[in-house]
Every structure is written in structure tokens, then in C-alpha cells.
Design a protein around this ligand. Structure first.
Ligand code: ADP
Length: 196
């Protein structure tokens, strides 16, 4: 049973690693960004509300994001654990997650911090803009997303470090190399993931 968070700047490779790690631990990967994008595509009420924030590179308001995660974490498939990608990103979201977990008698096992320097990030995201056409991957919006990350999300690292939950992994290099780095770091914490 693993309750794991992936944290790191946009473009560090969280989404790619989240899919691989969740398969290896047999728990669902929950990406708030993916859930918001699916809602935007389906033009749901949540999607219509989230779109303007996302396109501007801003965070979707905590109230909307917290409600979404609260209901997702009550679904049956997360009883055996989960991997959260892109949540929490604000201190209010940390508090919400703490509450949700405490109500079920649970807590986090580990927080994986994926790091990458900002030049590499801008290069990667600009490439993704060409490949995937994401509306928030223009250079101006990317730079804004990095600023918002530094201002609102980077402080969460200290908070989780004070709980001794953080393992830091370099996100540069091949996808396989990064996955191996993460599984090695988790092993040092006694968390065994078997890659297929
Ligand atoms: P990235 O990590 O590259 O920023 P994501 O797919 O994780 O990409 O997120 C895309 C957008 O979705 C964010 O810029 C933000 O607008 C919204 N979003 C995702 N997760 C959250 C969250 N936890 N809180 C607020 N907004 C979020």
C-alpha cells in the first residue's frame, strides 16, 4: 500500500513518471491537470470554470481543486493507495489532503520531488507545445507557470521536508534513467516498486 506524491515544476516530467510508477505500485495515478483537461475537453461545468485559469497559467482556485480531489480520493480504487501528480500545489491544498487522509486514518508515505533546471523546462515544454498543442505551453504562459510554481508550490517542499517525507530525484536524462532513479530512491525508504 503506497500513498505517494509527485511534486516538481511544470516540465520536470511528473506526468510521464506518474504513469510508470503507478503501474509499478499497482495504485491509480491521479493527475489534477489531466482531470481538468478532460473536463475542459468535455465542456463540463468544472471545465468551463477551470479553463480561463489554465490558459493563463494560473492555478485553478483551491475550492474547485479541493472538491475535485476529495471526491476522487473517496472512490473505491484508491483504497489500496494512490499516486498524486500535481496536487497539492498550495498550502490550503496540503491542509485539505491532510484532512482527507486523517479522516480515513491514513497519512502519506513519501513525497518524490522531481527537479530540473528552468532552461531545460522551457525547452521541454516548448517542444510539448509543438507535439501536443496544449494551450498553456506558450513561452509566456510557461514562464508564468514557473513563477507561480516558485511562489506557491516550492514552499510546500520545506513543509514536507519537515515531516521527513521528501526524496529528491534529478529529472534530467532519459525517461528510463529517471524512473530507475526514483525506484532506487524509494527503495532506500523501504518502498519496493517492481518495474515491468
Ligand atoms: P504542469 O505540471 O505542466 O503545470 P499540469 O497538467 O499538472 O501541468 O497542470 C496544468 C494546469 O492545471 C495548471 O497550470 C493549473 O491551471 C491546473 N492545475 C493542475 N493541478 C492543480 C492544482 N493542484 N491546483 C490548482 N490548479 C491546478
Amino acid at each position: 500500500m503506497t500513498r505517494l506524491l509527485l511534486i516538481g515544476p511544470p516540465g520536470a516530467g511528473k506526468g510521464t513518471q506518474a504513469v510508470r510508477l503507478s503501474e509499478a505500485c499497482g495504485v491509480p495515478a491521479i493527475s489534477t491537470g489531466d482531470i481538468f483537461r478532460a473536463n475542459v475537453a468535455e465542456e463540463t461545468e468544472l471545465g468551463l470554470k477551470a479553463k480561463e485559469f489554465m490558459d493563463a497559467g494560473k492555478y485553478v482556485p483551491d475550492s474547485l481543486t479541493n472538491d475535485l480531489v476529495r471526491s476522487r480520493l473517496h472512490e473505491a480504487d484508491v483504497a489500496g493507495g494512490f499516486l498524486l501528480d500535481g496536487y497539492p500545489r498550495t498550502t490550503a491544498q496540503v491542509d485539505e489532503l491532510d484532512d482527507i487522509l486523517a479522516a480515513g486514518g491514513h497519512s502519506l508515505d513519501v513525497v518524490v520531488l522531481l527537479v530540473a533546471d528552468s532552461d531545460e523546462i522551457v525547452t521541454r515544454l516548448s517542444k510539448r507545445a509543438l507535439d501536443q498543442g496544449r494551450s498553456d505551453d506558450t513561452e509566456e504562459v510557461i514562464r508564468h507557470r514557473l513563477d507561480v510554481y516558485e511562489e506557491q508550490t516550492a514552499p510546500l517542499i520545506d513543509l514536507y521536508q519537515s515531516r521527513d517525507l521528501v526524496v529528491t530525484v534529478d529529472g534530467l536524462g532519459s525517461v528510463d534513467a529517471v524512473t530507475t532513479r526514483i525506484t532506487d530512491a524509494l527503495l532506500e525508504r523501504g518502498i519496493v516498486l517492481t518495474l515491468n
